[in-house]
Design a protein around this ligand. Structure first.
Ligand SMILES: Nc1ncnc2c1ncn2[C@@H]1O[C@H](COP(=O)(O)OP(=O)(O)OP(=O)(O)O)[C@@H](O)[C@H]1O
Ligand SMILES: [Mg+2]
Length: 251
């Protein structure tokens, strides 16, 4: 951490007593735990322009989303070469890690069911009247932009296919926007919080659902566990492919 960031951070949380790199890192940032007398925080830093934009969006989401289980926003700083988000350190591990560490199938099933319940509650309590593909149209424009600058895994053909085969709209809800097992935290064997919320906005809940089941879709026991918790909608195979195998390839 450079001097400027240290100063900015200490202005907000008091003198830093300890700093450590987290063992579990994401792909788009460097994440440090900072401990001061008053607070335990996470300093998340991104360097590439694309990821700096995402970090800024994450900061906005933490600032404006009320009533959603998210880390608390403390501050956001930008330098020439990097951006930094300061937020509360939250207990627990990612669901991915919790599943790796699970001791029995029963534990895994319990964890995945709780993921379904958590997402169910989130979508259900943040449902809107909007019944459209507005969010999806915007994502396709963003996808085109990433494709043009060589920042997407998906191909031009795939993007054309996605544009030509829009799914029937469903009622839009608040969504996480990158709802994988990496981006929810588990405490006491339950999913209880979202992290990495750059994509949180009103959008198509099928995107969250598709990414949520993406890691265990081929396992019927896990899939049943998820849908014991997530009861409001079940994706068709076509919808799953559209979102997880399709749209997600551009982000
Ligand atoms: N507020 C927090 N409290 C505790 N741990 C956190 C917090 N935010 C992030 N982490 C930890 O840091 C890791 C990386 O965070 P995050 O997913 O936000 O980074 P990323 O680089 O955006 O990841 P991705 O690869 O999904 O883009 C997480 O797996 C989690 O272990
Ligand atoms: Mg992440």
């Amino acid at each position: 951490m450079n001097r400027l960031i240290q100063q900015e951070t200490e202005r907000l949380i008091g003198k830093i007593l300890r700093e450590e790199l987290l063992a579990e890192q994401g792909c788009t940032s460097i994440v440090r735990k900072l401990v001061s007398v008053q607070q335990c925080c996470i300093l998340k830093s991104s360097f590439k322009p694309k990821y700096r934009d995402w970090l800024k969006a994450e900061a906005e989401a933490l600032k404006i989303q009320q009533g959603v289980s998210l880390p608390k926003y403390f501050g956001f700083f930008e330098e020439d070469v990097a951006s930094h988000l300061l937020m509360s350190f939250e207990e627990g591990t990612t669901l991915r890690k919790a599943l790796e560490n699970a001791r029995s199938l029963e534990d895994e099933v319990q964890l995945i069911r709780s993921f379904g319940e958590f997402l169910q509650h989130f979508h259900q309590t943040n449902n809107t009247e909007a019944f459209n593909n507005d969010w999806l149209q915007l994502q396709l424009i963003r996808a085109q932009g990433y494709l043009a600058i060589g920042e997407a895994d998906g191909t031009a053909e795939l993007l054309e296919e996605l544009k030509e085969n829009l799914p029937q709209p469903v009622s839009q809800t608040l969504i996480h926007g990158d709802c994988t097992t990496d981006n929810v935290l588990v405490k006491d064997r339950k999913v209880y919080m979202f992290i990495d919320a750059a994509g949180m906005t009103v959008g198509d809940p099928r995107y969250d659902e598709a990414l949520a089941i993406g890691r265990f879709k081929e396992n019927n026991v896990y899939l049943d566990a998820f849908y014991q918790g997530y009861t409001r909608y079940k994706l068709s195979e076509e919808e799953y492919c559209y979102f997880d195998q399709g749209l997600y390839e551009f982000f």
